[in-house]
Design a protein around this ligand. Structure first.
Ligand SMILES: Cc1ncc(COP(=O)(O)O)c(C=O)c1O
Length: 418
């Protein structure tokens, strides 16, 4: 037969490139069937593991979920989410740092992914471009392609590994010259894949600039904040403090946030999150709820009712909230200990690592990502190759497997780069 695909022209070839993470995962699955599997270092997948390799969860979430009546697990959720869920998603996102003089709103989504999809679909026109960091979570590009949008990248770091506000400013200016809507996505704090968290100084430089660009251009300026890892960057409240800096925005500027329960409540598979936004105008926030609810209806209809109930229940109960915070804090502490073992050794052996302040991943820039990962696989070390570097999921590697890892990566890099 000569026909290879029945897809319409725009869908031709979709999905034919293997996902770089899942390609490594398939190799690990094979390696785990062989003798010596216990020596494997699996630094590929972005789910937190305990020291014994089992999946990390918050026991309070597990217990409370199992107590929910059948109706709360199995009935439809409201399209935008229940009022209690919406209130909880807003409260959890801001933790006291909603900018003064604004009205906040939220619409439930299947994870942060759904929220990013709504940002890209509803704040850009057909074929307009979203600005994303050069080091990024690959689905940003997939989501843009799915929504018939494009992406362009800003350089996150300059040659001294300092945050590159100059390139961001240049890209914002160029984009505003070219199109009517500007969406720039920042994945902070605890950026995937580097672990960079934008500082108050980064924001103190960028917010006035973005304000000024919105005012001068008169175009719609949207700041998209992907905050999937906000709970793993030191004090979770302090990590949100920068949100309070978005005050006195011109009316043609808005901040929209992707909130995810996947990492914050360790319920990746329950698919729950929200798009959260704020603006001084009630009319704009009514429109925010309408447009995103409409798109939700047209894409996935409604979210997972049980997961929404859990957020409302935990956030609405100080005892349950305190338990969740304490259980999460223990895992955040473990994550930071693992990262510290790796980054301390990297420093000692001269392995360059991009600035890490928190989150699930560390990035090691290398010239030959594919070859370096293949070389490391021969020593049972599985990392994800990306353009320009390797991603190490510190969330998945126990402390006892961390010592020696940086040294081995440095040795593989030296062999390939000289
Ligand atoms: C940077 C980033 N954003 C968003 C997400 C969204 O995840 P989810 O859809 O499970 O909430 C992830 C998950 O890996 C991520 O790494």
């Amino acid at each position: 037969m000569s026909i290879q695909s029945m897809a319409a022209a725009h869908a031709a070839g979709k999905g034919s490139e293997p996902d770089s993470v899942f390609a490594v995962v398939a190799k690990i699955r094979e390696a785990k069937k062989l003798p010596g599997a216990e020596a494997i270092i699996d630094g590929s997948i972005g789910a937190m593991r305990n020291e014994d390799g089992s999946l990390s969860i918050l026991p309070v979430v597990d217990e409370e979920y199992r107590k929910l009546p059948a109706e709360d697990l199995m009935d439809y959720a409201a399209i935008a989410g229940s009022p209690e869920f919406i209130a909880a998603a807003i409260q959890y996102t801001f933790q006291g740092f909603q900018p003064a003089g604004t009205i906040a709103g939220a619409v439930g989504t299947p994870g942060g992914t759904g929220a990013v999809r709504l940002m890209i679909a509803n704040y850009l026109d057909d074929r307009e471009t979203a600005l994303i960091p050069d080091w990024h979570w690959a689905p940003y590009r997939t989501i843009a392609q799915e929504s018939r949008r494009r992406t362009d990248t800003y350089a996150m770091f300059d040659e001294k590994s300092a945050f590159n506000t100059a390139d961001i400013k240049a890209k914002v200016r160029q984009t505003l010259e070219r199109q009517n809507n500007m969406l720039i996505i920042f994945n902070t704090p605890g950026h995937n894949p580097t672990g960079y968290s934008m500082s108050q100084a980064d924001w103190a430089e960028l917010i006035p600039f973005l304000r000024q660009q919105a005012t001068a251009s008169g175009k719609k300026v949207i700041v998209g904040l992907d905050m999937a890892y906000a709970d793993y960057c030191g004090d979770p409240r302090e990590a949100r403090r920068f949100l309070g800096m978005f005050t006195d925005l011109p009316e043609n500027m808005q901040v929209v946030i992707a909130f995810s329960m996947s990492k914050s409540f360790f319920i990746y598979g329950m698919r729950c999150g929200a798009i959260v936004g704020f603006h001084p105008s009630a009319a704009v926030m009514r429109d925010f709820a309408n447009i995103h609810s409409f798109s939700a209806r047209g894409a996935w209809s409604n979210g997972s009712r049980g997961a929404q109930e859990i957020l409302a229940k935990i956030c609405g109960d100080p005892i349950l909230s305190a338990r969740a915070d304490q259980e999460r804090r223990a895992l955040a502490e473990l994550l930071s200990q693992r990262a510290a073992i790796f980054t301390d050794e990297a420093r000692a052996v001269g392995l360059r690592v991009l600035p890490y302040y928190g989150g699930f991943f560390v990035t090691i820039p290398v010239k030959e990502p594919k070859l370096t990962t293949e070389k490391l696989m021969a020593s049972n070390i599985y990392l994800v190759p990306m353009t320009g570097g390797l991603r190490l999921a510190v969330c998945a590697v126990p402390k006892n497997k961390m010592p020696g890892l940086a040294t081995k990566i440095r040795a593989a890099q030296k062999e390939l780069e000289g």
